[in-house]
Design a protein around this ligand. Structure first.
Ligand SMILES: Cc1cc2nc3c(=O)[nH]c(=O)nc-3n(C[C@H](O)[C@H](O)[C@H](O)COP(=O)(O)OP(=O)(O)OC[C@H]3O[C@@H](n4cnc5c(N)ncnc54)[C@H](O)[C@@H]3O)c2cc1C
Length: 419
């Protein structure tokens, strides 16, 4: 089933054109080819024939060329760095459409963790770092990873991180143990979150964090393994940094700005992630309806005639609409410069949970096919579940929501739900 995208009356012409052009590529180029593009990942065979891999690669290249011709490449980057130069809201609205097909974002030049690293490099990188790391990352000739989480410290509390970088002359010397460094095998460089203290910084004794670029192959960098995820091999790597030495100029931004850079990565990113989830929910919803309208059970009646199933339609509709409206409300607040913290945490908790419910119902309707590799639902289900832990676990965000809301009441004000 093709995605039904029409102009949204409340959006301006430019956003509507971007959404329609994106939907055209998703519908005409990507959906009909999903089996070839990604199918080989789910057929369970341990060795995929080379010609199948080559065909998938060639197809991806062709679609990427088409995306570039349509000027839809890298929506997250400014034009001077090879991107579309979209505003925050334009990017959010585009994500909703391109995420209808899982994996499609990579065909539009947005691949995590590269995309997050690109944004950090744009904001904190020097012109030399732009040339050396950002340019090849955007052109697709380099890969990267973001190495923050540690096995022995809670990722939900970044102040607990113990990986340490110490200045020795003109070099940083890094020691630490990380895991879940996504894309770890393919990465040409790693952005490593390190505890540092700058001797010249009067607040240095607070031991702030700094992000430091470590190129692949630097002595002392050891990939221990790809940590298996959801029962499958993965490239979310466990890495030891053992006296890893890199030049001082490999640090991103000023010493001590690492925590802020991580926050920058997450703030707007959470809106983009939620819009991605909404695009995926849209797909799961369409798939569920397709099956309800075609599957006959107990004689001649279609599933759509069963009230249990009708309940699924109504519940999923409400989940998607509420997730979308909450996310747009949050994005509008951010765009207007209002304090969005309660809304960012709210969508971070609500949207993955709604996504989880919507995919769960679609899987139920599809029966055995729902959990098979023939449909994108099983992958979406795992993705939705993972989102509840990644980017800050739900509980931490709920604590923040309650704290900020209560603070306002303690200050003698109540909450204004109109704003
Ligand atoms: C597929 C995947 C990819 C990832 N990719 C990357 C990556 O590229 N780079 C990277 O650095 N990291 C990555 N991560 C790691 C991710 O960011 C962390 O898993 C996340 O930050 C949570 O940290 P943790 O796993 O240490 O859990 P913990 O911090 O140990 O938290 C575990 C649980 O404790 C509970 N909890 C925590 N704090 C509180 C509290 N204050 N009150 C009540 N309950 C609480 C929550 O239920 C939470 O889920 C990835 C993770 C996954 C699953």
């Amino acid at each position: 089933m093709a995605m039904n995208v029409k102009p949204v009356p409340t959006l301006d012409d430019e956003v509507n054109e971007i959404r329609l052009a994106t939907a055209e590529i998703v519908n005409k180029e990507i959906l009909p080819n999903e089996g070839k593009l990604w199918g080989w990942m789910s057929d369970g065979s341990s060795t995929t024939p080379k010609e199948v891999l080559d065909e998938a690669k060639e197809l991806r290249r062709r679609i990427q060329d088409r995306v570039k011709k349509a000027k839809l490449w890298a929506p997250h980057l400014p034009q001077e760095f090879g991107g579309m130069g979209l505003s925050f809201m334009q990017h959010a609205y585009m994500n909703e459409v391109l995420s209808y097909s899982p994996g499609a974002s990579s065909l539009f030049g947005v691949v995590a963790p590269n995309s997050g690293n690109q944004k950090i490099l744009v904001k904190y990188g020097t012109p030399e770092q732009h040339e050396k790391w950002l340019k090849p990352l955007t052109e697709g000739t380099m890969q990267s990873a973001f190495s923050m989480t540690e096995p022995h410290n809670p990722g939900s509390d970044p102040t607990s991180l113990t990986t340490r970088a110490v200045l020795d002359g003109d070099e940083w010397v890094i020691n630490g143990h990380k895991w879940f460094t996504s894309n770890g095998y393919a990465a040409d460089f790693y952005v490593v979150m390190c505890r540092t203290s700058d001797p010249k910084d009067p607040s240095g004794k607070n031991e702030k964090m700094t992000q430091i670029i470590v190129p692949k192959g630097t002595p002392g960098l050891k990939i221990v393994r790809g940590v298996p995820v959801w029962g499958k091999a993965s490239s979310h790597c466990e890495i030891i940094y053992d006296n890893v030495r890199v030049p001082k100029e490999n640090q991103l931004g000023r010493t001590g700005t690492g925590h802020q850079a991580a926050q920058d990565r997450l703030g707007a990113g959470r809106v983009y992630h939620c819009m991605n989830s909404i695009g995926s929910m849209w797909r799961a919803f369409d798939l569920m309806i397709e099956r309800l309208m075609s599957r006959q059970v107990h004689g001649s009646e279609k599933l759509e005639g069963k009230q249990f199933m009708q309940g699924f339609v109504a519940d999923s509709y409400m989940d998607i609409q509420s997730a979308l409206l909450m996310t747009i409300h949050c994005a509008e607040k951010m765009e207007a410069g209002a304090d969005p913290r309660v809304d960012i945490s709210s969508i971070k908790v609500y949207v993955p949970a709604a996504y989880h419910r919507v995919v769960d119902r679609a899987i139920q309707v599809w029966g055995a096919a729902g959990v098979s590799g023939d449909l994108p639902l099983a992958g979406m289900y795992q993705g939705a579940r993972t989102l509840r832990s990644a980017d800050g676990p739900d509980e931490v965000h709920k604590i923040l929501i309650a704290k900020l809301v209560l603070r306002r009441y303690h200050a003698g004000e109540s909450w204004d739900f109109g704003n």
